[in-house]
Design a protein around this ligand. Structure first.
Ligand code: GDP
Length: 298
């Protein structure tokens, strides 16, 4: 049976790029419906999924089977993302480090293989942000400084995109669309006043779509992923989503340690010694608290 990748979905149709064809600006896509038995399972096929389909005589297709996924991001649902570039602005809006940490945990939880931080609008920042990024660099994340307006960091992002499917995540207004347009003007994503975009967003439910980048790679066209779902996380796994905490967990005296109030905790000891940052530890406690509160609510 032939296979391909779902490039976009719309109104019950799944637009598939047949294997062997190239994703171009105006790709030739096969419009497919879902076979009844997979249709009944909500979210069984989403943008980015690899599928097996049957060709019908009228030039359309029927998706028979979804192939195993490498990764799955929610809201909007996109499968098989190789990389996420978590984008924040240094100013306008001011960077919110707790939200940045929530996005990082979301990406770690979703098992995205490459996680990169991009800090945009360097043109608005008079001083260096090296101090701010230190905990993230120490945790092993690559940090890119960019300015969509001054074309800073654009070449670095272009080279990161090559050969991968990349999603840009981050709050509204930080410049994700502006960066994508600076990377490839053919993408022509709408940028602009935040409130107008939100207004428009209310009227249109846009599903994610995969777009080719002229210099190589594929990006997910989406207004951004929500980091609101972390409350669903298993609290016992949370510390493992902070890469620099991982080797410390086994040093805890209690194997049920939540790294909050217990004595002889590997993570708290590392915090006291300055090995991990207060900001990252506070973000851990904050997310832990929201998981515990959600549990109480049920
Ligand atoms: P998105 O919601 O993350 O896609 O953000 P947009 O790309 O729509 O940008 C939001 C606002 O920030 C727009 O008014 C942009 O002109 C502005 N903006 C984007 N990038 C930069 C930048 O590098 N520097 C400055 N000063 N403003 C920017």
């Amino acid at each position: 049976m032939p296979t391909g990748q779902v490039i976009k979905t719309y109104n019950g149709f799944y637009y598939v790029l047949e294997d062997g064809r190239e994703l171009t600006q105006n790709p030739e896509l096969l419009s497919c419906r879902l076979r009844g038995r997979i249709k009944r399972i909500k979210g069984s096929v989403v943008t980015g999924d690899m599928v097996e389909y049957e060709l019908l005589g009228d030039g359309t297709g029927v998706i028979e089977k979804r192939l195993p996924r490498k990764t799955l991001l929610h809201r909007p649902s996109v499968a098989n993302i190789d990389q996420v570039i978590i984008t924040f602005a240094l100013r306008e809006p001011d960077i919110n480090s707790l939200l940045l940490n929530r996005f990082l945990v979301l990406a770690e939880w979703s098992d995205i293989p490459e996680i990169v931080i991009c800090l945009n609008k360097t043109d608005l920042l008079p001083a260096s942000a090296d101090e701010f990024v230190k905990p993230y660099v120490d945790a092993g994340y690559r940090v890119i400084f960019a300015s969509a307006h001054e074309k800073q960091g654009i070449e670095e992002i272009r080279s990161l995109l090559k050969g991968k499917v990349t999603a840009f995540a981050g709050p509204s207004g930080v410049g994700k669309s502006s960066l994508l347009n600076a990377i490839d003007s053919n993408l022509s994503l709408t940028t602009g006043v935040i409130s107008e975009k939100i207004k428009r967003g209310k009227h249109t439910t846009r599903a994610a779509c995969l777009l080719p980048v002229a210099s190589g790679g594929i990006v997910v066209d989406t207004p951004g992923f929500s980091a609101a779902e972390l409350e669903q996380l298993d609290k016992n796994l949370l510390a493992g989503y902070f890469p620099e905490f991982r080797p410390l967990i086994e040093k805890c005296y209690y194997n049920t340690c939540t790294h909050s109030h217990e004595p002889d905790c590997g993570i708290k000891n590392a915090l006291a010694e300055g090995i991990i940052s207060q900001e990252r530890y506070d973000a851990y406690l904050n997310i832990l608290q929201s998981i515990l509160e959600r549990k109480k609510a049920y």
